[in-house]
Every structure is written in structure tokens, then in C-alpha cells.
Write a protein that binds this ligand. Structure first.
Ligand code: TRP
Length: 329
């Protein structure tokens, strides 16, 4: 059995891309592995979010995770800052992380460009904290997107370095998690290749039916096929990608045939797409509405998660301290 760990920054509301690219698979994964899912609120602090927003965003993601089917009795579902062992491990790991290698990471360089007036130490040590997240549970698998691969590579490097320096075989070399289930990369509705919050082209898991309809009807299309069996331009192919994720094979086959014989009507395609997206997210949206206001339930989940995560974290940290020579008198 693998120990799988996934972290998400607390930036609020999840969208269809998060669902088909990750969350839906987590729901199955949790039964097959020892799983940790956590909300990375420390990492979010690098961009100085408004404190009230930060807290609300954590609540939103937590409720969405639960609504989508993550089971706190099966997986360990927790908030990063509830596990102080993570911060301590990050400090300890930072002693063997070199400024030069951190300065060279793509994400740090990008942040320097994006927020030149806020190049804080937290940004530089971001990969060390992320390594601590992963290594605190000695996770063997981490489901990450392309943009996080370099961070995972650094995690392996820190793990190897630690093992080598102290002559131990303690930390695993955490590998990317490759799912048995297809991960669908959901494109945006504006012709962009990727649905993303910062791109403003998202359907959110909690959007109501009307909002979904409005967003989908506004999706970018072209003037339609002029010759049978012509290749699809990207904007249309994108809509079909979403259709394949949310509709039945029959519906997809029907619209594909209509594309091929030039009888397709984009209005019909969009109506179908909106209806099927709605059918996909409606159960999540409804459960979310019940959960998000249930203070007692949420705080129970958070407490339970923290307790389980800390038990696992403490087991690792006490050994790390011992290995490094921080020993009790
Ligand atoms: N850096 C990740 C992101 O921006 C979030 C994250 C923090 C994470 N700690 C992690 C992901 C540990 C996987 C494992 O998406």
C-alpha cells in the first residue's frame, strides 16, 4: 500500500478542472491507499491574503472536499497549520537546503517577476515547506500537476541528502502518483487550453444551474464546419473535451457525427453541455450547501483530521530529531 499525500493551496472555490483533474480521483484513491489530503494555508501566506478571506477559503475547500466524497473516516483530511510538526520539520530540513538551489526554481523566479515588491523568505523556502508536508508522513506518492513536478524533484533531493548525511535510510523518494483512472484536463470556456481560476474561465463546483447555463452559452466557438470530416479547431475540440467528461458516450457520438456531417448546431451542443455539467455538479453543490453551514460537523472533521495527522507527523518528527541529534536529557 502506498502513502499518498495531496496538498492544495487555500485559494477558495474549486472548479471543474480541479474536479476531473484531481478530486474525483481522490475519492477512489482514498479506499486503495493510506491517504492524506490537506489544505496548505501556510503556503497561501506567501502572497499575503486578507486574513478573513484566508479563513473563509479554507472552509470552502474543506466543505467542497467533503461534498465531493472525501471521507474523513477513511482518509486523513486536515489543515496544514493544525500540524505544527510540519513547521518544525521544515525548519530542520532548511538547514540542508541551499539558497542557490531554491533561487533557481521556476516557481521562485516566476514569483519574483509577479510580485517584485514582496520577495519574502517564505517564497524562497516554499519548496522546503512542501517537502516537509510530504516527508512528515513519509509519503511515497504525490499526485501533482506539471507545475509542481520541480518541487517534488526537490523533495526527493532533500530526502536523499538527509539520508546520505546521516547515513540512514529514513525518508522515501516520493514519486508522482499516476492514477489508474484517466485524468481529464479540462480546458477553459474561452478557448484557453486550461480551466483556471486566474484565467476567469471557470465553472465552479458550487455554481447554480442558471450560472452554469450562462457561462456555457457564452463559450467561444467559431462559425462552424464547412466541409465534412474537417479537423476541429481548438475552441470546439475544447468543448468536446468537457462533453466527454460529463456526458454519455452516446451524446458524444451524436455530436461528433453532427460535426462530421456539418449539421452541428452550437446552441444545441452548449445546451447539452450545460445540462450535463449541471447534472455532474448538482449533487456536490447540494451537499456543499448542507455542509458549509454546519459548524459542528466541520469543526469535528478538522479536529479528527488534526489528531490523525499529528499522530503520523509526530512519529516521523521524533525520529528526525533523534537522527539529527536533538535528543532528550
Ligand atoms: N504547492 C502546491 C500547489 O501550489 C500545494 C502544496 C503544498 C502541495 N504542499 C504540498 C502539493 C504537498 C502536494 C504536496 O499546488
Amino acid at each position: 500500500m502506498e502513502t499518498v499525500l495531496s496538498g492544495i493551496r487555500s485559494t477558495g472555490q474549486l472548479h471543474l478542472g480541479n474536479y476531473f483533474g484531481a478530486l474525483r480521483n481522490f475519492v477512489e484513491m482514498q479506499h486503495e491507499n493510506r491517504c492524506f489530503f490537506f489544505i496548505a494555508d501556510y503556503h497561501s501566506l506567501t502572497t499575503h491574503p486578507d486574513p478573513t478571506h484566508l479563513h473563509d477559503n479554507i472552509r470552502t475547500i474543506l466543505a467542497e472536499y467533503l461534498a465531493a466524497g472525501l471521507d474523513p473516516d477513511v482518509a486523513t483530511l486536515y489543515i496544514q497549520s493544525d500540524v505544527p510538526e510540519v513547521a518544525e520539520l521544515s525548519l530542520l530540513l532548511s538547514m540542508h537546503a541551499y539558497v542557490g538551489e531554491l533561487e533557481r526554481t521556476a516557481s521562485f523566479k516566476e514569483k519574483i517577476r509577479k510580485q517584485p515588491d514582496n520577495v519574502n523568505v517564505g517564497l524562497l523556502s516554499y519548496p522546503v515547506l512542501m517537502a516537509a508536508d510530504i516527508l512528515i508522513h513519509r509519503a511515497t506518492r504525490v499526485p501533482v500537476g506539471k507545475d509542481q513536478e520541480q518541487h517534488l524533484e526537490l523533495t526527493r533531493r532533500f530526502a536523499r541528502r538527509f539520508n546520505q548525511i546521516y547515513g540512514v535510510d529514513f525518508f522515501p523518494e516520493s514519486q508522482p502518483y499516476t492514477s489508474n483512472h484517466e485524468l481529464i484536463k479540462i480546458p477553459g470556456l474561452n478557448g484557453s487550453g486550461k480551466m483556471g481560476k486566474s484565467e476567469g474561465n471557470c465553472v465552479y463546483l458550487t455554481d447554480d444551474e442558471k450560472t452554469i447555463h450562462k457561462k456555457v452559452m457564452k463559450a467561444v466557438t467559431d462559425s462552424g464546419p464547412t466541409e465534412p470530416n474537417s479537423p476541429m479547431p481548438e475552441v470546439i475540440a475544447n468543448l468536446f473535451t468537457i462533453l466527454r467528461a460529463v456526458s454519455t458516450p452516446e451524446v458524444v457520438a451524436d455530436f461528433t457525427a453532427k460535426w462530421n456531417d456539418c449539421s452541428i448546431r452550437y446552441g444545441d451542443l452548449k445546451k447539452q453541455l450545460a445540462a450535463d455539467i449541471n447534472a455532474t455538479v448538482a449533487p456536490i453543490r447540494e451537499r456543499y450547501a448542507e455542509i458549509v453551514g454546519d459548524e459542528a460537523y466541520l469543526s469535528k472533521v478538522v479536529r479528527q483530521g488534526a489528531e490523525k495527522a499529528r499522530a503520523s507527523a509526530d512519529a516521523t518528527l521524533s525520529q528526525v530529531r533523534e537522527i539529527m541529534g536533538i535528543r532528550k536529557f
